[in-house]
Design a protein around this ligand. Sequence first.
Ligand SMILES: NC(=O)c1ccc[n+]([C@@H]2O[C@H](COP(=O)([O-])OP(=O)(O)OC[C@H]3O[C@@H](n4cnc5c(N)ncnc54)[C@H](OP(=O)(O)O)[C@@H]3O)[C@@H](O)[C@H]2O)c1
Length: 224
Amino acid sequence: MALGKTGFNVVIHCRRSLAEARALKAGLEKLGVKAWVVRGSLDDEKAVAQMWYEAAKAAGRIEVLVNCAAVFNKDTVGTMSGAAITGEFWPNLFAPMLLTKYFAAQSLERGDIVNLLDRRIASHDPECVPYLLSKKALAEFTKTSALALAPRIRVNGVAPGPVLAPPGKPAGSLRDRAGKIPLLETVAPGEIADAVIALLNMPATTGQIVFVDGGQHLLGSHDQ
Ligand SMILES: NC(=O)c1ccc[n+]([C@@H]2O[C@H](COP(=O)([O-])OP(=O)(O)OC[C@H]3O[C@@H](n4cnc5c(N)ncnc54)[C@H](OP(=O)(O)O)[C@@H]3O)[C@@H](O)[C@H]2O)c1
């Protein structure tokens, strides 16, 4: 919605949440912009390529890519399995890397990529090992691809703190589970969108990661 309010036409990707994606499309169209829904998993290269093909076919040239879809599981060194690791690395890291490649292969004079990260990239949280490593790697890829794709394409990241409770958990559980936050408040979803839009409006900025986490990353440790 924030991108639509800024005037962008929007391709919405979903996997299972088709009703929500369609409702978002209707909301965007009410704003007077065009919107399309593409559906698919981000769990293997063929599926990612198909999703990109459908998005590009619907919208034509894509000028902004926001890599947001992710899996967050609590898996420790003791509980993680190969399937759990690849199940998080595909949507959280491999798909954004491939989408970056497809995005850059378009004939674009200027483009923007924003990767959704996590404030945990500044810590060593042992309670969600595959998730944390996928986001740390995506943070490094944000910087590497910023260098690789300059000056045509800028690549930046937004690293949220606690915003929404995980699927299946009540909204009120977030404050209890969020840990210590220097600014005392959890983060409103609109602030994440504001950070994405702000980065799109900063033409001299690339390879930058903006933490929107009430200062939580400054504490460093996962359990403070
Ligand atoms: N929520 C927070 O407090 C928080 C904190 C820090 C960082 N973040 C980051 O911010 C971003 C958005 O967070 P969120 O809480 O909105 O995420 P989310 O609700 O957990 O997941 C967003 C969507 O990703 C899609 N998805 C997941 N796995 C997929 C797969 N294998 N293939 C295709 N689509 C897949 C799902 O779409 P469908 O529903 O259509 O299946 C899901 O609804 C994520 O990158 C997350 O890591 C969030």
